[in-house]
Design a protein around this ligand. Structure first.
Ligand code: GLP
Length: 255
């Protein structure tokens, strides 16, 4: 596993380079998108390049990792609205090419199974962007999630609800209790994965990941089962990573 360490703008450019190279060789690539604050600089960089005519998402597709259950359709924190606002509506994805788990159905299990089928029918995710929770969760797969889990409805842990309260005016009670998440098995099916981790609170999950072990109590360590993962971390998140695993990118550069 490689740990690339730099300031957030440099990390964003480095990941954007990879996505640009992917779309150059495969215009209809399927991207796996994450919400949370960690990918925001990357999305801004992709928007900047798309607006400059350097890249296009017009033939690409995307699947979002997860979605809250129980929020009104127009709620600003519904992940379908977040990803639309932060990224997908700002570039040239075509209508219907960005898919999000659908929580507005009577049969949520069927909706999850349909999402899995849609991913498979698309040919699978070429490039998955991931954040990591302070408790090591990926998407909304909390500690204890099985490594072969698939898209399903799960209850959010108290820790994750506390962490995400900042998006709900610091009101933990306003954070939904339930969500739909891609499973760890679903995530591991992607061809290439990148993890973006910023800030001190991500140091412990990254330390566990760097040990190379696989521990169900730290979901992010399941990524040690995948051969093509790169972790992009700022110096705070990477502070417990051993020197021999680090690749430092020293300065912010523009493409
Ligand atoms: C939420 C999302 C995860 C994300 C995590 C980390 O819980 N469901 O997919 O990885 O937040 O978010 P942040 O990048 O804001 O730290």
């Amino acid at each position: 596993m490689r740990f690339v360490i730099a300031d957030p703008p440099t990390l964003a450019k480095s990941i954007a380079d990879r996505i640009q190279a992917l779309l150059d060789r495969k215009r209809d690539a399927i991207l796996g998108l994450a919400t949370g604050s960690s990918p925001l600089a990357l999305y801004d960089e992709l928007v900047r390049r798309a607006n400059a005519g350097a890249m296009s998402f017009s033939s690409a597709g995307a699947f979002l990792l997860d979605e809250y259950v129980g929020l009104p359709a127009d709620h600003p924190q519904r992940y379908c609205n977040v990803i639309d606002r932060e990224f997908t509506s700002r570039v040239d994805f075509t209508s219907g090419s960005v898919r999000v788990p659908n929580p507005n159905v009577h049969d949520l299990q069927a909706s999850c199974a349909e999402y899995e089928t849609d991913i498979t029918r698309s040919g699978g995710i070429d490039f998955q962007i991931l954040g990591v929770g302070t408790d090591g969760h990926i998407a909304f797969n909390a500690p204890g999630s099985l490594h072969d889990s698939r898209t399903r409805v799960v209850r959010l842990s108290d820790q994750t609800r506390r962490d995400n309260a900042r998006f709900f005016d610091d009101d933990v009670a306003a954070v939904p209790e339930w969500c739909i998440t891609q499973g760890i098995g679903t995530i591991l099916d992607a061809t290439e994965l990148v993890v973006i981790a910023e800030g001190n609170s991500k140091a412990e999950p990254l330390r566990r990941l760097a040990r190379g072990e696989v521990d169900v109590d730290w979901p992010v360590t399941a990524l040690n089962l995948h051969g093509t993962v790169t972790v992009f971390a700022d110096s705070d998140a990477a502070r417990l990573i051993p020197p021999e695993l680090r690749t430092s990118l020293s300065m912010s550069r523009s493409r």
